[in-house]
Write a protein that binds this ligand. Structure first.
Ligand SMILES: O=P(O)(O)O[C@@H]1C[C@H](O)[C@@H](CO)O1
Ligand SMILES: Nc1nc2[nH]cnc2c(=O)[nH]1
Length: 317
């Protein structure tokens, strides 16, 4: 059970949160949404004091893709509700915990569940864990997500290696870097023309070839809309004209935050549904199907992530 009940945010464990307090009496959240350098450092220290793992790679599991986290060995798990000043996951398919452990002997930290704008969190709060990753020592981000396939050549279950994004929410003036800039993280005006690291995209394509999956793996442009509703036919027609291949509700603000603090970014989408671009179509997107397709493909995606982690570790770290 999760969601909002009597104006109280309920997490996946049934804990309620209101005005910075958990219903068990503990204060977990600051009352505002501003994450200062000091607050983020305290969260990073919370982890470093409680785990021996020293990750250089951070992973975010998308909807239905939590199994990626289950491959970690020698794991230390931190439910989001136990982390000071951390938001909680309220969406089905997002377990809501941070894991520290090893993937093929490479130390990683992994978000089993992310935060979305439609949950009521401002974008800076959604992507705040990226800055925590930075302060923990992470240099490379692997973000995964579930997305609708707008490119007509994509099939349900295909993987899209994100080569670029369109920050549609940014067009409307909503950006995770909005507000005072702390130069300890990065510059006021960061470039974004090399947001997705070309070398990591090439590694992923090589891995897809080794795994005999070349036909199911594409390079494409992703966009994030605020959600929670899926798109209208007219919206999708517009996004197609703009050059979007895959449509989701996450990742863009995480990658912008990562690049701002000089974390190398890589992201891929699993196509969980085909975007409906004809009024006559009887199909409708729904979250159960999104999570189901994610779950069906998560074992193969876990192998892909594992191989990426090894390759990044061998080549870059
Ligand atoms: O967290 P991701 O981006 O994988 O989740 C997608 C976007 C929405 O949260 C949800 C819609 O079904 O899936
Ligand atoms: N915005 C959006 N997000 C998704 N996540 C999974 N499928 C979709 C989709 O069709 N649209």
């Amino acid at each position: 059970m999760n969601g909002i009940k009597n104006n109280v945010l309920i997490d996946l464990n049934g804990n309620g949160y209101t005005n910075g307090k958990c219903t068990n009496g503990t204060i977990y959240h600051q009352d505002d949404d501003i994450y200062t350098y000091d607050t983020l450092n305290q969260i990073a220290k919370f982890f470093l004091d409680r785990t021996k793992v020293r990750p250089k790679i951070g992973i975010i599991c998308g909807s239905g893709l939590g199994a990626i986290a289950e491959m970690l060995e020698d794991v230390d798990k931190f439910p989001y509700s136990s982390i000071p000043n951390f938001p909680v996951s309220t969406v089905e398919g997002h377990a809501g915990q941070m894991l520290f452990g090893y993937l093929d002997n490479v130390p990683v930290m992994c978000m089993q569940g992310r935060f979305h704008y439609y949950e009521g969190y401002p974008l800076a709060k959604c992507s705040m864990p990226i800055r925590v990753m930075k302060l923990v020592g992470v240099t490379h981000l692997i973000a995964t997500n579930a997305a609708g396939g707008l490119n007509p050549s994509y099939k349900v279950g295909d993987i899209v290696i994100v080569k670029d994004h369109i920050n549609i929410m940014g067009f409307a003036g909503n950006n995770p870097l909005q507000g005072p800039n702390d130069t300890r993280f990065g510059p006021r005006f960061p470039p974004m023309n090399k947001a997705y690291d070309r070398k990591l995209i090439e590694y992923a394509m090589e891995i897809a070839e080794e795994m005999g999956m070349k036909d199911e793996v594409h390079e494409g442009v992703y966009t994030c809309l605020g959600g929670p509703n899926y798109e209208t036919v007219a919206e999708l027609k517009m996004l197609k004209i703009l050059g979007v291949d895959a449509v989701g509700m996450s990742t863009v603000h995480e990658v912008i935050t990562a690049r701002h603090c000089d974390i190398t970014a890589f992201a891929f989408s699993i196509i969980t549904n085909k975007c409906v671009t004809e009024y006559e179509s009887m199909e409708e997107a729904n979250h159960d199907e999104v999570v189901d397709v994610g779950k069906r493909r998560q074992s193969i995606l876990s192998v892909l992530v594992c191989k990426m982690v090894t390759k990044i570790n061998d080549a870059a770290l």
